[in-house]
Design a protein around this ligand. Structure first.
Ligand SMILES: NC(=O)c1ccc[n+]([C@@H]2O[C@H](COP(=O)([O-])OP(=O)(O)OC[C@H]3O[C@@H](n4cnc5c(N)ncnc54)[C@H](O)[C@@H]3O)[C@@H](O)[C@H]2O)c1
Length: 328
């Protein structure tokens, strides 16, 4: 069995590759050829945390495994990321353990990559200004992914916390130096009025920008709100947009961004009938006009983790990378 570090995952799965893997993973999911039950969430209320257990099997990618990801809300105050994760893979022919690997960076990579895939399929080709709201681990890879698929000249990273903006600048300087010359930071989300692409990656429970400011033709990726009580999108924008989901059932069960406006009668269930995998495979249309507002909402799916994990494992075997573990 192989143990693979964050550095291995980073080196072996570049963002552009991960974006294409996400198109395949979600096309397989939407075609009904994957198994990925709703994740099991175990609350740890004493420490304001949740542990999520996320298994999946994607036969077309030979990818079978599990991610354990924890979200502990007090961590930023301790100088720690909110999210830590571990991915484990088993052989789909024999069930033998194949690998354990860092899932923390892998999560940020695949969450960015699926927004990259959505941006590639839905955003206007001439998109030049990106506004990313929420500057934690996911905000960084949202920016990297959008820049991988569109000619972005200006990235405005927004956060209510100045320290988060400083940390984002440090991470981009260290890990994504190609983005640095385009990066601005701000605490004012009204800059969405200048955006061609908006990403939201916050832990907010209330909408993080004003819907009235969003220009026609904007594409939005929303990856934050992953419980029915969390909301980062204004209901008006959900009502106005052409909505594409990562997985309809999971998004309607988990995403406050959809559930809250549905409960308030502000949107119709009929609006939520399109998945990214349908657009990726050509089974459903993407953007149909330059003025349309498109919205991709993801809650995350284990197919993403096992497909990227399997790719990293195969590359590691080919290169002889990683540390071999003998569990006897
Ligand atoms: N869709 C997916 O697949 C997926 C995957 C991983 C994480 N997530 C979710 O994405 C969110 C962000 O994750 P992270 O790891 O970057 O968390 P993080 O805690 O590192 O960063 C979140 C940032 O959002 C900022 N923020 C909160 N409210 C805000 C507001 N109103 N306006 C602007 N900024 C605000 C915080 O200050 C913080 O810097 C979380 O809710 C997480 O659960 C989704």
């Amino acid at each position: 069995m192989l143990a693979l570090s964050k550095a291995d995952v980073r080196r072996l799965a570049p963002m552009r590759v991960a974006i294409e893997l996400m198109k395949t993973a979600f096309a397989e999911l939407s075609a009904g050829r994957t198994t990925s039950p709703l994740r099991t969430v175990i609350p740890v209320p004493d420490h304001h945390g949740d542990a999520l257990f996320m298994p999946a099997f994607v036969p077309a990618a030979n990818a079978l495994g599990l991610k354990v990801v924890s979200v502990f809300k007090d961590n930023p105050a301790r100088g720690l990321p909110s999210i830590h994760a571990l991915v484990s893979l088993v052989d789909s022919e024999t069930g033998q353990p194949l690998a354990i690997m860092d899932g923390t960076y892998l999560t940020a990579l695949r969450t960015g990559a699926v927004s990259g895939a959505a941006t590639d399929l839905l955003a206007r080709p001439d998109s030049r200004t990106l506004v990313t709201i929420g500057s934690g681990a996911q905000g960084v890879t949202q920016s990297a992914a959008v820049c991988a698929v569109r000619p972005i000249e200006r990235i405005v990273a927004v956060d209510i916390n100045e320290a988060a903006l400083d940390r984002l600048r440090e991470t981009i300087t260290r890990e994504w130096p190609d983005l640095l010359d385009r990066l601005e930071t701000s605490t004012d989300a009204s800059v969405v009025a200048e955006a061609d692409v908006i990403c939201t990656a916050t832990t907010s429970r209330t909408p993080v920008f004003d819907a009235a400011l969003v220009r026609p033709g904007t594409h939005i990726n929303a990856v934050g709100a992953y419980t029915p009580e969390m909301q980062e999108l204004p209901a008006e924008i959900v009502a106005r947009a052409t909505v594409v989901l990562d997985a309809i059932d999971a998004a309607l069960a988990e995403a406050g961004d959809l559930i809250i406006p549905l409960e308030q009668g502000l949107v119709s269930r009929m609006q939520f009938d399109r998945e990214l995998g349908m657009v990726a495979s050509g089974a459903a249309p993407g953007r149909t006009s330059a003025d349309e507002i498109t919205l991709f909402k993801s809650v995350g799916n284990a197919v993403q983790d096992v497909v990227v994990g399997r790719y990293v494992y195969d590359m590691a075997v080919a290169e002889g990378a990683g540390v071999s573990l003998d569990l006897g």
